[in-house]
Design a protein around this ligand. Structure first.
Ligand SMILES: [Zn+2]
Length: 280
């Protein structure tokens, strides 16, 4: 059923970045040709980056004939879903404690558009929020949610999972994942939750700005492993950075989300030869 395929995507909208005069400075790395190249690469990579409605390659979802175990057979473009050796999500266990650099989040308040359809996400030219990993800067493109979580820790799901999708100037993708557990009411999410669209294909603009930094846990210890997008075409070479500490949402907040979408999680995939590291 089409309903279950949809993700709730939150797109950051340009032009409302508070106190960010520095972004006006021209820099060689933001010249138009590079931006165009990145945009083109992004369009090829994944629907998360599409600016317009794209023709559906195949009717994938989470139940029935389009469910995850069939994704690899639905389209030649989705073949990695069954042949890939570095697929996501995975169970995070037996991680190797390693000295990893701190994740440097430089997030700014941004106006957001909420789209209840993974195939309609507007591209943003003036992206200003970023995370720096190993001296490489990845620009925040959008964030979205899964319920329940896609990654498990020692076999256990969390209630939900947030994915903050980033891309570097040369097209590399890094996703920061935040596990969400049931607990206290979390007012930081209100600016998003108050505008959750309930109709498919309808875009809702939040009249307030959202600083995605407020959605992150305070402790930033993280798991790191090489993986893929968790939705078709399941493209690999995605750097996964899963924060170890979950954030809390109240039962009511979780139920509000689940009244729109629930069960949009791909099952965990074989780990194969991959090493999972965890920062100290
Ligand atoms: Zn996701």
């Amino acid at each position: 059923m089409k309903f279950s395929r949809m993700i709730l995507a939150v797109t950051l909208v340009p032009g409302m970045i508070a106190g960010c005069g520095d972004s006006e400075k021209p820099s060689p790395s933001s010249s138009p040709p590079v931006r165009e190249r990145v945009a083109e690469a992004a369009r090829r990579v994944h629907h998360y980056f599409h600016t317009e409605e794209q023709p559906h390659q195949a009717d994938w979802g989470y139940t029935g004939d389009g469910s995850p175990k069939h994704w690899g057979d639905l389209s030649p473009d989705y073949v990695l879903a069954k042949t890939g050796k570095e697929q996501s999500p995975i169970d995070l266990s037996e991680a190797i404690l390693t000295e990893l650099p701190e994740l440097q989040f430089v997030y700014h308040p941004s106006r957001i558009d909420l789209v209840y359809n993974g195939h309609t996400v507007k591209e943003v030219e003036d992206k200003a929020s970023s995370v720096t990993v190993h001296d490489e800067e990845f620009i925040l493109q959008q964030f979205h949610f899964h319920s329940p979580s896609e990654h498990t820790v020692d076999g256990d799901h969390s209630a939900m999972e947030m994915h903050l999708v980033h891309q570097s100037e040369d097209g590399k993708v890094a996703v920061v994942a935040v596990l969400i557990e049931e607990g206290e009411d979390n007012p930081a999410f209100d600016a998003v939750w108050d505008y959750l669209p309930s109709d498919a294909n309808r875009e809702r603009k939040s009249p307030t700005t959202v600083d995605a930094a407020t959605l992150l846990p305070k402790t930033r210890q993280y798991f790191r492993y090489p993986g893929s997008f968790t939705t078709p075409p399941c493209t690999e070479d995605v750097l996964w950075l899963v924060l170890k500490t979950p954030v809390e949402l109240s039962k009511e907040q979780i139920e509000k989300f689940r009244s729109i979408i629930h069960g949009n999680n791909r099952p965990v995939q074989p780990r194969n030869e991959r090493t999972i590291t965890i920062s100290g």
